[in-house]
Design a protein around this ligand. Sequence first.
Ligand code: GDP
Length: 447
Amino acid sequence: MSIFKKWEKGSVLITDAGWGDSGKGKCVSYLTPDIGAKIIGGHNAGHTVVTNKGEFGLGLVPSTIIRGAPLNIIGPEVVINPIFLAREIQGLVKSGVKITPKNLMIDPRSHVIMRWHEIRDALSEEARGKEAIGSLHLGVGWAFSDRVNRRGIRLGDILARNWKKRVLAELAIQKGVIADMARDVKRKTGKESKVKKSINKDTLLKEIANARKVLLKYSGNGLARVWEGIDKDKRILFEDSHGAMLEVSHGSWPFTTGVNTALGAVHRSFGGKAVKSVTKIVTVVKAYQTRVGGGPMPTENKGAFGNYVRDKGGEIGTRSKRPRRCGAIDLPLIRYGLNVIGVDNKDEIALTKLDVLSGLKEIPVCVKYKEGGKTYLTPPSVEAQFLTRARPVTVTLPGWQEDITGVRKFKDLPKAAQKYVIFIEKELGVKITFIGVGKGHDAVILK
Ligand code: GDP
């Protein structure tokens, strides 16, 4: 039986086969775990949860807190901008969400994102010139880079008694790094950097002091709580922030995040015990394809179809406000993504935004790629080198005109919509158990 209908035991991982933004927030809110744990990412990725109390945008706080999961943990592999997180918690509390040290725990082993990471992010993009990755200059990748290089400071340093000393020592080091990177911009582009590089020490300390006051009480050993939860047969939901294509090891590198996603992210935050506890993976797939930022996108459609889904689906970056690139659902890419995630036929797919496709005469679906005289059902690689050369082979399925936002049973969907879902299910070989038919919380068909 579908995990959305009955969840008795075991952990669930919720993730995305593509480039993110698939609507994971809504799927999360259909699962009520004992523990919700955010496994990876920074405040560049967010989720939206709509309830009858309104729409909640979440950045670092696990989405599971909205529907009242008893314990919500931000794992140690989530990089934290303490100023952002403090504001997010205060904002959620203001909107009526219950947040206490009992239901929210932040692991102090998380690295923190500071102003210097934002500057380094901007400098790195400036040095890349036309090859810029399209980062939002939030410093997420650079905080991960410090973590990997075993430097930088962690939340525990910010919360320690002698935090000022630790922050100022790091500031001195980072100033040197920034100066080096600014020189690199000049060397690579021939021009002086235009990035604002100064950091006001007093403002920095004041902002951290304010954030500390909010965050101090939530600090706790999230890793230990997850392990204890597994031993006590608690139902744990591991919430991914990204998708398979954004994974640094197997995604569309270099247009990726700097980390592993899905089970790799479960491991990074909570170790092998947590990975082995996962008995079900829910992969969220949008009914069409989108991508933000640079890098090749085989099914990108700059014509009528792309514009239609972009407008109707509100495909504008939540934080970046950039229009997302849109196109036909890319099954070869998703097949690859499912392999990265490790999905088998016991797992489930949540297909979101089917309602966005209503009103089209016909709907394109990419079923395979052609490259160098060969045909690929699953690409051998999704790196830029291959994806720029891959030509999508598209079939066209009939569309439907009816508004489906009020439909709650699969058999009540227009026949063409049913066929669209079944076609995707067959092509991917995994059951679609959740179908999103609208923005509202209840606009879902459970199959
Ligand atoms: P995430 O990055 O994968 O977590 O994506 P979000 O949770 O931020 O969702 C992206 C947007 O899609 C949000 O505004 C959701 O309310 C919206 N959304 C989710 N599911 C559906 C759906 O089935 N239909 C429509 N029209 N919108 C949806």
